[in-house]
Design a protein around this ligand. Structure first.
Ligand code: ARG
Length: 440
């Protein structure tokens, strides 16, 4: 049973936060009159020595001591004698672990926000490089209307922006200090929790000790947000994968982001994008796992809560890796501008423009839609491309067609969409400028 109970193999990741929490707790105990000034000094120097051991990776971790809290306490007693045993006065491993997890999560969320910013920068840089590149926009994966590649890339910027917003929101709810809740009922010592929170860099204090030791909502918040981020990355990964196929031939990833096949010499597989796409599974799995662990837990602390750690740590590691890979991958992309342009000149994708053209001449849209649908069908049946038709051909469909119909092009279609949020060059350029401003 003892090894089944043990959490050291994974909660050692919290060493730094555990010692940080302990140092602040020692100071609070001194303020409460539980420790003398000299006792405090001695405890702090012992804890600092432990921090050094941890950073040099020569802290003597002992699996038989179950978890990180017992490991650090035992080491402190070894280093400074029985005085080390006073540190645990008035606290419990329950408020200790809740504090450690929150300290860890605040740092982790900040790291993820930085990683998302880097990813956004990679997108904006590519968008700027491709401000004039036209490709067909797709709906139902069928060519729909010509758009700017920059507009397409900036769609992912928007998703990342919402994700950053979600993380900032997570942060607000993590930023509550549970220390002082003790095992479940609150500490019996005269602890100034306001000062303690300030010491540990928390902006708020939990106000119900039962909730404080058992609340892991913030873990679910992070895992949900992480799932959303991975989901967004998987959409871009999927497009890179599709676009790398010979069928599309829209993009080439940097060599370091693809691998060859062990059997087919011609292959260049988009493995990194595929792995990012695949990792949505483990991240959303962690989310569901934590939700199920928390379901129906009675107040207050229950050992089930120890199961919050491994999934959360894995989620943070996976996100950090995926975001950094995706940033590099996006930067490495070389687009086949010619192929995109050719595909966007396929006349059929200008059908909406023709319908709009007739609307401008006074034809009700519902009728113009029908006229153009027939025109497109007829030209396709006859093996003709819309852009090769002459005016006489158009006139057969509707007398409202005039000379200027021949001026409709992918470029005119794109420039017509100058509505706020549309794909015209001016609009997209504006979005890029604003994006750079938002990132600073
Ligand atoms: N390892 C435990 C956890 O991760 C620490 C708290 C243990 N508390 C207890 N009363 N057994 O949640």
């Amino acid at each position: 049973p003892s090894s089944f109970l043990a959490s050291l193999s994974f909660d050692k990741k919290l060493s730094y936060y555990d010692v940080t929490g302990s140092k602040a707790w020692a100071r609070a105990l001194e303020r409460a009159g539980v420790l003398s000034e000299t006792e405090l000094k001695s405890i702090l120097s012992g804890l600092d020595a432990i921090l050094v051991e941890i950073s040099k990776e020569d802290f003597p971790f002992r699996e038989e001591l179950e978890d990180i809290h017992f490991n650090i306490e035992r080491r402190l007693i070894e280093l400074i004698g029985p005085l080390g045993g006073k540190l645990h006065s008035g606290r419990s491993r329950n408020d200790q672990i809740a504090t450690d997890m929150r300290l860890y999560s605040k740092d982790a969320v900040s790291t993820l926000i930085d990683a998302l910013r880097k990813y956004q920068l990679a997108l904006v840089n590519q968008a700027e490089k491709n401000l004039h590149t036209i490709l067909p926009g797709y709906t139902h994966l069928q060519r729909a209307q010509p758009i700017l590649l920059a507009h397409h890339l900036m769609a992912y910027f928007e998703m990342a922006d919402r994700d950053i917003n979600r993380l900032q929101d997570c942060f607000k709810r993590i930023d509550f200090m549970p220390l002082g809740s003790a095992a479940l009922a609150g500490t019996a010592y005269n602890i100034d929790r306001e000062l303690l929170a300030k010491d540990l860099g928390f902006s708020n204090i939990t106000l119900n000790s039962l909730d404080a030791v058992s609340d892991r909502d913030f873990v679910v918040d992070i895992e949900y947000t992480a799932s959303m981020i991975m989901l967004h990355l998987s959409r871009l990964a999927e497009e890179i994968i599709l676009w790398s196929s010979v069928e599309f031939s829209y993009v080439k990833s940097g060599d370091e982001y693809t691998s060859g096949s062990s059997i087919m010499p011609q292959k260049n597989n988009p493995d990194i994008a595929e792995l990012i796409r695949g990792k949505v599974g483990r991240v959303s799995g962690a989310l569901i796992g934590t939700i199920v662990t928390l379901k129906a837990l009675p107040l207050a602390y229950n050992r089930d809560l120890q199961e919050d750690k491994e999934p959360l740590f894995d989620v943070i590691k996976t996100l950090d890796g995926s975001l950094s890979m995706m940033s590099g991958l996006v930067t490495s992309l070389e687009f086949n501008v010619q192929k995109m342009k050719e595909n966007s000149e396929d006349g059929a994708i200008l059908a909406t423009e023709l319908a709009d053209y007739l609307v401008n001449k006074g034809v009700p849209f519902r009728d113009s839609h029908g006229i153009v649908r027939e025109l497109v069908q007829k030209s396709l049946d006859e093996g003709l491309d819309l852009k090769d038709l002459d005016l006489a051909y158009y006139k057969e469909s509707s007398e409202y067609f005039d000379d200027d119909v021949l001026e409709i092009s992918a470029k005119s279609a794109r420039d017509a969409r100058s509505v706020l949020g549309g794909t015209s060059e001016n609009q997209v350029q504006q979005r890029i400028i604003e994006a750079r401003r938002r990132m600073n």
